[in-house]
Design a protein around this ligand. Sequence first.
Ligand code: CMC
Length: 427
Amino acid sequence: MSKTAILEFEGKRYEFPVIEGTEKELAIDIKTLRGTTGMITIDPGYKNTGSCESAITFLDGEKGILRYRGYSIEDLAKDADFLEVAYLLIFGELPSKEELTKFHNDIKHESHVDEEMKKILDGFPKSAHPMGVLSSLTSALVAFNPSSVDVSSEEAMYNSIVRILAKFPVLVAWTMRKKKGLPLDYGDDSLGYVENIHKMMFKRPNKEYTKDKIVIDALDKLLILHADHEQNCSTSTVRIVGSSHAGLFVSLSAGVSALWGPLHGGANQAVLEMLEAIDADGGDTKKYMAKAKDKNDPFRLMGFGHRVYKNFDPRAKIIKKSADEVLGRLGIDDPILDIAKGLEKEALEDKYFVDRKLYPNVDFYSGIIYRALGIPTDMFTVMFALGRLPGWIAQWREMRLKGEPIGRPRQVYIGENLRKFKPVNKR
Ligand code: CMC
């Protein structure tokens, strides 16, 4: 039997359908609310607002569950590779061997970035934050690939998708190499998708590139863990920009900007900087715990807390284990890892954190692995963007295929009522 919710206001009763997701989540469908009642809802930060119905990612913040297209994040991180996961997220099913080969070949075919793009990159100072550079370059790609704006057919959409999956990693590599003063190279079509990204980032001009399986596997896993997270800030940004029928590349560029903030993807950089500051300050974790709890101190324990997870972030569990393995296998003894573990232990036993259900999130340990892999701290959020790319694309594609309306929230106006204009000499 279909469920309904009743709203009573000023003696009138209004009925709204309740929709149920495949995991039994309930939502009151208020599409007709304003038309029938003249009212809107208000929900700053959209804490109670579903912006869409989506078949891509399921997460249960209470139980600490994350699944892409029905597959658990634990299974995917263990057994899949990043390109397979990208295909799964975007097209809905795990690819057959042939489908995956074709997908990869189509990406390889598009892996050239116009040389003129190097001039744009050259215009940035070396000190520019890589996220600002990446967002600008992603947007600038449109000028060199004008046909990518046309996404009126599924085929045109597919072409834009493989293009950006091919070119975005080149932009990521160039952004890092420019900062390091290294020549801007292209990839190597004979390599796997992630291995090629690694080579593009780290190949020295005067040295043969050698594959390090531990490093490639760790990178692959990190990218998978970041690949999608339903309607978070950057994904909602991508969807809302795309809802105006702006093209894929500019929608993604907006997503990169949204991800940059320290409350979102920028937290991985902020975590490492925080751990380094604690280390430089003598490693006194208790002092920083006290700062995090002090309401007069703006300091927050970066890498802790999550809008949706009110139990362990399942990604953090996998990453913590991976950090131990990667550092162990690479023979790195990093004092930062001990500080992180100390902070986590204290926070998990502290009433402030327990009461507020604040647990380590995906960003708490990821930076430690990135650092071990030789990735500079200000590139961490760029690595998050690289991982999130398939998720953004999948969400954008789903929105376009469903023909969702332009995103346009309403507001409750609380400003002045009509006032009479006074010319400047009379004010
Ligand atoms: N350190 C200290 N106190 C915290 C923290 C923290 N990291 N996070 C939340 N709180 C407190 C907050 O002060 C508030 O306390 P009170 O109820 O006394 O006012 C309470 O916990 C609820 O916090 P909130 O800010 O209302 O929660 P939110 O759901 O709006 O914010 C968050 C979620 C992730 C922005 C927040 O937990 C935070 O700022 N964390 C640190 C930044 C971070 O690690 N971000 C990465 C998120 S995961 C990666 C991603 O998906 O982008």
